[in-house]
Write a protein that binds this ligand. Sequence first.
Ligand SMILES: Cc1cc2nc3c(=O)[nH]c(=O)nc-3n(C[C@H](O)[C@H](O)[C@H](O)COP(=O)(O)OP(=O)(O)OC[C@H]3O[C@@H](n4cnc5c(N)ncnc54)[C@H](O)[C@@H]3O)c2cc1C
Length: 591
Amino acid sequence: MIYNAPVKDMMFLVEEWLGMDRITALPGHDDVDADVFRFVLEEAAKFCSLELLPLNRVGDEHGAVLADGEVRTPPGFVEAYRKFVANGWAGLDADPEHGGQGLPRLLQFLVDEMLGSCNMAFKLYVELTHGAYHLMAAEAAPDLQQRYLPRMVQGEWSGTMCLTEPHCGTDLGLLNTRATPRGDGSYAITGTKIFITSGDHDLTENILHLVLARLDGAPAGVRGISLFLVPRTLVNEDGSLAERNAVHTASLEHKMGIKASATCVLNFDGACGYLVGAEHRGLAAMFRMMNLERIAVGIQGLGIAEIAYQNALAYARERLQSKAPAPRPDASKAADPILYQPDIKRKLLKIRAQVEGSRALAVLAGYYADVMVSASDPEAREEGEDFVALLTPVVKSFLSDLGVASALEAQQVFGGHGYIREHGMEQLVRDARIAPIYEGTNEVQAVDLVKRKLNLHDGRLIERLFAKWDAFFEAHAGAPALAPFTAPAEAAFDRLREATAKVRDDLLADEAAALGAATDYQRLFALAVIGCLWAELAVVAAAGDSEFHRNKLKVAQVYMEQVLPEVTALHEIIMQGGKALAAFEIPRFDA
Ligand SMILES: Cc1cc2nc3c(=O)[nH]c(=O)nc-3n(C[C@H](O)[C@H](O)[C@H](O)COP(=O)(O)OP(=O)(O)OC[C@H]3O[C@@H](n4cnc5c(N)ncnc54)[C@H](O)[C@@H]3O)c2cc1C
């Protein structure tokens, strides 16, 4: 497989569209300039394409293996992980107080995309640690932070999130794992967790499980859940490792894809754990990690879509098959590159338009994530929080769906050669498929968006979003040269506003109608917002004078013509209010 990291596009977004000054204006980032961004991205590009990409197939073929109760990662993973740590990638956006580099989250998101493109299974080992670190940094008591955080930042110890149980997936209120005080401030954790990513492996000397469990006598439902840190190996007060904790890997799941990622069934047999955050407030604390992971999972999809696109494009340039419609590139040849087939060209341009627009969405979310944690002005922090909260389900769902759809389309470009293993396309399809499922299925993201985010703080979040683009469209209303971009984006934006009013009304009057429309609404939301982002990108590109800028405008046009019209269909479906769905009673499935 080939991979050329899209550093140029990333730098265009950061420098020309977002504006470096918005990042340097944030406390703690005043010394982060475009050179720092470019240097980090170029180094990440080298590491990902030279070290991780060659291991992607190896990982798929060997998979993670459980032997004698211990998980071994595929050949080469331990060495690659050592280099990852030695090069400082483990602590990119971690607090310097814990040994991190304190770089913006936005930069981490961009590096994440490259990791996702080159080796999604490897990415999972480091991604969970990243989320666990930020959770602990925000929620854990100072002594736990002191003992554990620097080791995570140094990449010596990794993290997991242990939520799912056999009978309890989406609905965490059902979980049974118990926590009993041991009388010394610690707790005995007992229960079985399934599907635990990186639950065991040989990359780090210790693994820190963040486990949701119920204290004895705790209320039922989500209000009775607490969060515990359960190390695989116990840690002495001086930070040295003590004996193994009572956490056992019962088995590894056999999966469709990401085979190098160890997905474990873990038994906690009275394992020693430490409370993180307040009693019964565990789910809220865990959401710090879940929200980060949700964006990270969306970015996995973006990464897969990018590499699928690049490889399909390269193949379409080389593969000679059929004569293309006039004008043919070389009329003397028996067949032309399939790239000249209008449908292949359409497929590739549609992926590209969605990938580049989605990258802008990820950059926007990354920027607001930095504002949320770094801005000194409380109002700015609140704005950052609002945008991150609103955009998280959209990023998670749209980008992960894009990963699957793009991998499939790119595989189709290869014809039968995409179905066999040789070109790596079938692995991309299998690997991409998990992203819409884990970390809260995309349907559950839609419920979060419609039921929670639209109404949070009396609709303040969505009103901010409307105000942001109302101002943009007003500012560019008198620019006819930009109308091919601003007019369709504004029309889609109006449909988003109408659809939003409809689902909010339905939520009050007829919850089933609102929830039945939630997935369509979430997609409409993403398509319309990315349409607005493309209009903004077009404004920036129109002011530039290079092949890159001219291309941007052409890709923007593709988005407006080939992708955005789906908003109209989704809008129509939503406005009908799901009457046909309501008319079909559940018992009729049996008829
Ligand atoms: C490879 C892999 C890795 C994973 N890693 C981890 C991990 O590290 N840690 C961890 O704790 N878990 C992990 N998971 C678990 C994963 O997050 C869950 O599988 C996922 O959240 C869905 O839960 P479930 O499988 O029990 O499905 P269910 O909750 O049973 O859902 C089944 C279907 O019903 C739908 N559904 C359920 N409730 C609703 C609702 N309210 N509204 C609309 N639709 C609904 C779902 O969308 C889905 O389509 C992993 C899973 C896999 C496969």
